[in-house]
Design a protein around this ligand. Structure first.
Ligand SMILES: [Zn+2]
Length: 235
């Protein structure tokens, strides 16, 4: 355990006991500025929200909740059959203005601090790459963070999340939209609101167009992700 990755501790009272082992990591943005405001809220007993870590735009890592405890970051969520995502996950907040306060690329120093922290978390808890997700992936109807500018490709370079499939199989994999939604659910998403689920999928896997429409490229990407997983190429 490399504790030097964490620069300081500001413990939040907002946590309880886990009901599940750790099998996921969920990434967020704070959508609050300055960072002191976000830290105050994540430690405010009235707010009833928290995360295990917050990373400032300058790359400082603040521990808020011990990993063995259940932090309150995901809210009502779903991923691959789990409804209590907080119990199963480590939550990491990235200091960022979000879509509300001026959406912009994530700071280099922040991603440089995230990579080793996430690497340690994924290794220590043996978290499958397919379970390193954004808040929007586990709450597609409510959330859009960390959003389309989050550099998933950087994390994928270090094998910290699944890469976007580059080679796509030919042919149309799904007979109709119902078959697509079923596959989307099998991959992990809550499809209660189908349009929002497709938007979340696009935000993560095809961010250059987010319109909730099931087009050919979206179908091909999902099919490839499932094929790769079924063939054991990804986990
Ligand atoms: Zn969030």
């Amino acid at each position: 355990m490399k504790d030097e990755l964490v620069h300081r501790e500001q413990l939040s009272p907002n946590f309880d006991e886990r009901a599940l082992p750790i099998t996921m990591a969920v990434l967020h943005y704070t959508e609050m500025k300055p960072v002191e405001t976000a830290l105050a809220r994540l430690c405010d007993p009235e707010a009833k929200v928290s995360a295990h870590y917050l990373i400032t735009e300058e790359g400082e890592v603040v521990r808020l909740v011990p990993e063995e405890k259940r932090a309150w970051h995901a809210g009502q969520s779903y991923w691959r059959g789990h409804k209590d995502v907080n119990s199963a996950s480590i939550g990491i907040e990235l200091d960022h203005p979000g879509h509300a306060l001026g959406y912009r690329p994530f700071a280099e120093a922040q991603i440089d601090a995230l990579v080793p922290l996430l690497h340690r978390i994924v290794s220590q808890h043996d978290i499958p790459r397919a379970n390193v997700v954004g808040h929007s992936d586990v709450a597609p109807a409510r959330k859009v963070d960390p959003g389309e500018l989050f550099p998933w490709d950087r994390l994928a370079e270090y094998h910290l999340c699944l890469p976007r499939p580059d080679k796509l199989e030919q042919g149309d994999p799904f007979d109709n939209d119902a078959a697509f939604y079923l596959a989307l659910e099998r991959f992990g998403y809550d499809i209660t609101d189908g349009h929002k689920a497709v938007e979340a999928f696009q935000r993560r896997w095809r961010p250059e167009r987010i319109d909730g429409e099931i087009d050919g490229q979206v179908r091909a990407i999902l099919f490839q992700l499932l094929l790769d997983r079924d063939r054991g190429r990804t986990r």
